[in-house]
Write a protein that binds this ligand. Structure first.
Ligand SMILES: Nc1ncnc2c1ncn2[C@@H]1O[C@H](COP(=O)(O)OP(=O)(O)O)[C@@H](O)[C@H]1O
Ligand SMILES: [Mg+2]
Length: 250
């Protein structure tokens, strides 16, 4: 029998006032799968993430996570059940070091999981977890550097490290390669691929090279509707998908 999806959206709709932003979106992620969500600016990608993580509520439709109906759950309960996200805008403490930033996120995780925190009220364990996450994101060498001194590519990776420190079963990244140079993007892809396996990934991404390198499956949104879904190769060859992207470029 097929394994139950980790995350499943069924007929999700969302409007802001008179503007319909998402219409009848359905998608499922298997445990361990890496799904990319692509689509032109304003297609509703970030809104989709906001609905999954509970920042906004759906007008209609159902969201299942770990076989529970979380449609009406507040964000903090969803986090506790094992999802964590990054935002398009970085959320770092510039005055602190890389390690201090990661430690904050580790502490927040243990604060959320209060029982765990009591057992782990032990700074060595927190240090070890901080080091583990820094190493996973390729940040060990800069652990003691102030964030303000880091190049942008490393700041982006630190932002992902803060998500990883939440030990999410489902990690959701919103445009992790935005603003990166080609070299920084390649490094990000390498780090993400090396860390994958620890989590199921949903990423919003414009860079098709990143999508091809990281994702196994792609969901294409256009004006809030699912235009197509399939492998990266299928989507690259899909006439309507190409048209939407060419339209955007033109
Ligand atoms: N909080 C909000 N209030 C009103 N409109 C919003 C809000 N968030 C997003 N929108 C609108 O929804 C549409 C989709 O936005 P968004 O999900 O951010 O798109 P994407 O991430 O694909 O670029 C846009 O037209 C945007 O202006
Ligand atoms: Mg967006």
């Amino acid at each position: 029998m097929a394994e139950a999806p980790l995350l499943e959206l069924r007929g999700v709709c969302k409007s802001f006032g008179a503007a319909r932003v998402l219409a009848d979106v359905s998608v499922a992620l298997r445990p361990g799968e890496r799904l990319a969500v692509i689509g032109p600016n304003g297609a509703g990608k970030t809104t989709l993430i906001n609905l999954i993580t509970g920042l906004f509520s759906c007008d209609s439709g159902t969201i299942l996570f770990r076989e529970r109906d979380i449609t009406k759950w507040p964000a903090h309960r969803r986090l506790r059940l094992g999802m964590a996200r990054s935002f398009q805008k970085l959320s770092l403490f510039d005055g602190m070091t890389v390690a201090e930033n990661i430690r904050q996120s580790v502490l927040r995780y243990h604060g959320v999981h209060a029982q765990f925190w009591r057992r782990l009220a032990n700074f060595a364990a927190i240090d070890a977890e901080t080091a583990r996450v820094a190493a996973l994101m390729g940040l060990a060498a800069v652990a003691d550097q102030p964030v303000a001194t880091l190049p942008y590519g490393l700041r982006r990776r630190l932002d992902i490290a803060l998500v990883l420190a939440q030990r999410p079963a489902l990690m959701i990244l919103d445009e992790p390669a935005a603003g990166l140079s080609a070299a920084e993007t390649r490094e990000l892809v390498a780090v993400l691929k090396a860390a994958a396996g620890d989590f199921t990934l949903m990423l919003v991404e414009h860079d098709m090279d990143v999508v091809r390198a990281v994702a196994e499956r792609v969901l294409v949104l256009d004006y809030g509707r699912v235009l197509a879904a399939g492998t990266p190769a299928e989507m690259s060859a899909h006439p309507q998908v190409r048209q939407v992207y060419l339209g955007e470029a033109a």
